[in-house]
Design a protein around this ligand. Structure first.
Ligand SMILES: C[S@@+](CC[C@H](N)C(=O)[O-])C[C@H]1O[C@@H](n2cnc3c(N)ncnc32)[C@H](O)[C@@H]1O
Length: 617
């Protein structure tokens, strides 16, 4: 089993949301505005760093010649020009002036803009504000990206939150719906996916299609801007959001961003409720979130948290891990149902679920419980003494080596991992098969692994933080949250028992409809326990309320940009030698060009020879 086997790192129900206020450029006194915002029920404010008059600096002729790279101005700046106190709105907090133009055709403006940007960000860094709001890139932004990238190197600790509208209302070229994501993607790529570069998403009046909206969930969103202009008025004149906006905002709440109400300097746009009505409405959406399902409740705090898959064969599990397993009644109910039906179907006869199923089926059974973990075997001894008595024979052995006194009609096992076979159920059951009768039944009867391409800059950054190759060639058990599936899962292989038939399709092709960044491969499984009794973590067929398994994630060392309509081949191999099993994987994207599809560069084959990750036999 593959789920949360460590103590929950960050448990909380839908956490309290922080709602801030942003009121444009003309702010006379930051502390007055802050006090007013607090009175209106807001948690924080966003203010420009400087007054509009500071813009004069943009047009100062400080450059002697456009050919001179090392300008006088830059020299001045390096000497450390302080701000004039009167220029600063925020003597203690901020937002970069949106009039700076780092890609202006005017060399002076470009240079001055860079100096202003550095000066503002240095100030923000100095006063300990950890994030600065930076403007959305215009259609040319290479120099802007260079400046931001270099500032990451010179202003330690500063985080940059780039403001991105969901839809560009006045765009004339290309698809309006995808252009802002494409621009963000290019910008962050130029900045080498810097971990201190995040997004402030501005919700617009028009919303893109759902699959385009979903793509944002794979991105590092820190805050959501809700301009007062996108609110409708209800019958009493109070601000409310349209149904589609409500659904999107509710979905966003699960990601715990800060919300910011963006209001024009001349006040609220709605007749009733004043400025506080907007934050009250967002709090209302938060309070009326649908109840968490048991799986969602269980998964709180584990979202996007990387865990190493269990190795129950090679390692001996701890008692706390078994306790986590036992919380999932759904799994045991499904197993009991499968055993019940198998007993009813079978002419003749391990643990509680078998006894209960046998009782229900009114069958006399002889049960052998086999366990190779010496400490878990003590628990079995306790159970035998206190509960089972003669009904169960307990055996301390590896099932692959046990010499059974008689052959069984039904062999029940639970050796499944998030990828189905990754806890070596096939190898163990292969070894145990010798003590199953020729017409015997195996529960589970089969299990199938599925994969899908996924985008998640968050998971990529988590893996990259380890700073070594091995971590990019290791699968992780993880409950996805900041992730977006780029195509629906497809099956790659199935194991059937007792005959151990294997159906393998190591090369699977996906059609990626919308452009996106491929960060890795998600893995799931479905298992047929007996006849129509199925156990699944596949997103489309997930067993209701089952907690035992989170998905598995196979990272890619280098993220790959996939344009829309990419044909993506994913190759997966399950390989083995005398002492271990391991997976290798690679991807090969291509685009249709005329009658052919032309590859634009495969990834490396990951985890060659199981050099970084493997499962011990
Ligand atoms: C995933 S746990 C399931 C435990 C329990 N059946 C349940 O569902 O809560 C798998 C158990 O099988 C044991 N196991 C794994 N491989 C085995 C083998 N080859 N022989 C005997 N026991 C094995 C492990 O020690 C572990 O206790």
């Amino acid at each position: 089993m593959e789920t949360s086997t460590t103590s929950n790192p960050n448990v909380s129900n839908y956490p309290r949301i922080m709602i801030g206020l942003s009121r444009g450029q003309e702010e006379p006194d930051a502390s007055l505005v802050a006090a007013e915002a607090r009175e209106l029920g807001y948690d924080f404010i966003i203010l420009p760093i400087t007054f509009p008059n500071y813009r004069r600096f943009l047009f100062e002729q400080l450059v002697d010649s456009v050919d001179i790279k090392e300008t006088k101005l830059m020299e001045e700046w390096r000497k450390g020009q302080p701000f004039c106190r009167e220029d600063l709105v925020v003597k203690n907090a901020g937002q970069i002036s949106n009039w700076i133009n780092l890609d202006s055709s005017d060399h002076n403006i470009r240079i001055n803009s860079e100096v202003i940007l550095r000066q503002q960000l240095t100030w923000i860094g100095h006063i300990g504000i950890t994030a600065a709001l930076i403007p959305f890139p215009s259609d040319s932004f290479i120099n802007y990206a260079r400046c931001i990238n270099s500032i990451f190197g010179t202003v330690p600790y500063i985080n940059m939150w780039i403001k991105i509208p969901l839809v560009l209302e006045d765009e004339t070229l290309g698809s309006k719906e995808t252009i802002t994501w494409e621009r963000w993607n290019k910008f962050r790529t130029l900045c080498d996916n810097h971990v201190r570069l995040s997004i402030v998403l501005e919700v617009t009046q028009n919303l893109p299609e759902d699959n385009i909206l979903d793509r944002w969930f794979a991105e590092p969103i820190k805050a959501i801007f809700l301009p007062t202009t996108i609110f409708l008025s209800n019958a009493k004149g109070f601000p409310v959001l349209s149904k589609r906006h409500q659904t999107f905002v509710r979905k966003l709440i699960k990601y715990k961003p800060h919300f910011v109400i963006e209001c024009a300097a001349d006040g609220p746009n709605h007749a009733s409720g004043g400025l506080s009505a907007y934050q009250e409405y967002v709090h209302h959406l938060h309070r009326t979130m649908p109840e968490l399902t048991p799986v969602e409740q269980f998964a709180l705090g584990y979202h996007d948290f990387l865990q190493s898959p269990l190795q129950p064969l090679m390692d001996n599990l701890e008692s706390s891990t078994y306790e986590v397993f036992e919380k999932d009644s759904t799994k045991y109910v499904l197993y009991e149902k499968a055993i019940h039906h198998a007993l009813l179907d079978h002419n003749t006869g391990s643990e509680e679920m078998i006894l209960e199923a046998a009782e229900k089926a009114q069958k006399r059974v002889r049960v052998y419980a086999i366990e190779k973990n010496p400490s878990a075997f003590v628990t079995l001894q306790n159970k035998k003494t206190e509960i089972w008595g003669d009904k169960v024979t307990i055996v301390f052995s590896d099932m692959r080596l046990w010499k059974a006194p008689e052959k069984a009609d039904i062999l029940v096992s639970e050796l499944l991992g998030s990828f189905g076979d990754n806890e070596l159920s096939p190898e163990c059951l292969d070894g145990a098969q010798k003590f199953l009768k020729a017409d015997g039944i195996s529960i589970p009867a089969s299990y199938t692994a599925f994969i899908s391409p996924i985008s998640s800059s968050k998971l990529h950054n988590e893996v990259a933080a380890y700073k070594d190759l091995a971590h990019f060639e290791t699968p992780y058990v993880v409950m996805f949250q900041s992730a977006c599936e780029l195509a629906k899962p497809c099956q790659i292989w199935s194991f059937e028992h007792p005959n151990r038939n294997i159906a393998v399709d190591e090369d699977v092709t996906f059609n990626v409809r919308e452009s996106g960044i491929l960060h890795g491969i998600a893995g799931y499984f479905e298992s047929i326990l007996y006849k129509d009794i199925m156990l699944s973590i596949h997103p489309d067929t997930h067993s209701i309320d089952m907690l035992s398994w989170f998905p598995i994630f196979f990272p890619l060392k280098i993220p790959i940009y996939l344009p829309s309509n990419t044909k993506l081949d994913i190759n997966f191999w399950r390989l083995t030698n005398s002492h271990k099993v391991w997976y290798e994987w690679c991807v090969d994207p291509s685009l249709p060009l005329g009658y052919e599809t032309v590859s634009f560069g495969p990834s490396a084959i990951h985890n060659s020879l199981g050099r970084s990750s493997w499962i011990g036999l």
